[in-house]
Design a protein around this ligand. Structure first.
Ligand SMILES: C[S@@+](CC[C@H](N)C(=O)[O-])C[C@H]1O[C@@H](n2cnc3c(N)ncnc32)[C@H](O)[C@@H]1O
Length: 258
């Protein structure tokens, strides 16, 4: 995943001044954690924490949080974590494929990021969650990119003008494509002043059925999916508009079999 650190560090330089802050999205994620796992204090591991805003909101809600992030985005977290109780948030700038953690967690979260690399890479991560990090009976909450909506965005282009008053200092272009063979969304960005220096993120998308195949043998089981505001069992849902048309990702609730 040669592109990961550079892509998220560079885009973090572009957007961090605007986006490294706590928003309703972070508090909504904490509500989802409470809906699926209960509100009592938990040991929470957050993978791919970005700027750290959700980790801060989770710690502020009374949980003990460990946040892992490989890119420079996490350098913003100190400015967000001032109100967090001492010891409630631990931040590790490292690669979650190699980092060593010495205690089990009640909940592992990966908000908006799963799908980087090959299927074998995702399975390696899921196996680490199941065998090293999650206590038996614990839950993993993982946002999964939805191929039905990403496929419809194929060919989309955006031209974003700077808005310094909102913290956006760069004039940027974005192009989105979708590979229907590998089921990978390719999201490419470049500065208007440097059209030949584009950077891309590659996101493997999974339907719930594909995700269940991916989980086989990992020790994790898909027990629910939340799409928008509604939660479903992973059983046939013919015509389900939320997944077919409306949301580019869904939250997969995975339970540890052990
Ligand atoms: C799409 S961003 C989402 C960030 C954050 N979860 C959020 O929702 O704002 C995915 C994040 O995962 C991080 N990431 C991807 N692969 C990683 C790895 N192997 N180790 C640690 N962090 C990783 C990226 O650097 C990036 O910040």
């Amino acid at each position: 995943m040669y592109w990961v650190e550079d892509f998220y560090s560079r885009t973090g330089q572009w957007w961090g001044r605007a986006e490294a802050r706590l928003t309703d999205r972070d508090h909504h994620r904490v509500s989802l954690l409470h809906d699926h796992c209960g509100g009592a204090p938990k040991r929470v591991l957050e993978l791919g924490a970005g700027y750290g805003a959700t980790a801060v909101a989770t710690a502020q809600a009374g949980h003990m949080v460990t946040a892992i992030e490989i890119s420079d985005r996490i350098d913003f977290v100190d400015g967000l974590a001032r109100d967090v109780s001492p010891g409630a948030l631990g931040v590790i700038k490292d690669d979650f494929y190699t980092v060593r953690l010495d205690r089990p967690f009640d909940v592992v979260c990966y908000w908006n990021g799963f799908g980087v690399g090959s299927d074998a890479d995702q399975r390696r991560l899921l196996e680490r969650i199941a065998t090293e990090w999650l206590r038996p009976g614990g839950a993993a909450l993982i946002d999964v990119s939805n191929p039905f909506v990403w496929a419809r965005w194929n060919g989309g282009e955006e031209h974003l003008m700077p808005a310094p008053e909102r913290g956006y200092d760069h004039e940027l272009h974005e192009r989105t494509t979708f590979d229907p063979v590998s089921c990978v969304a390719v999201d490419t960005w470049w500065e208007a002043s440097s059209p030949h220096q584009s950077i891309s993120q590659f996101l493997r998308c999974y339907t719930p059925a594909d995700l269940m195949l991916l989980l086989a043998g990992t020790g994790l089981q898909l027990t629910a999916i939340t799409v928008g505001d509604r939660t479903f069992t992973p059983t046939p849902q013919p015509g389900l508009a939320e997944l077919l048309h409306e949301h580019h990702e869904y939250l997969a609730v995975l339970r540890h079999n052990g």
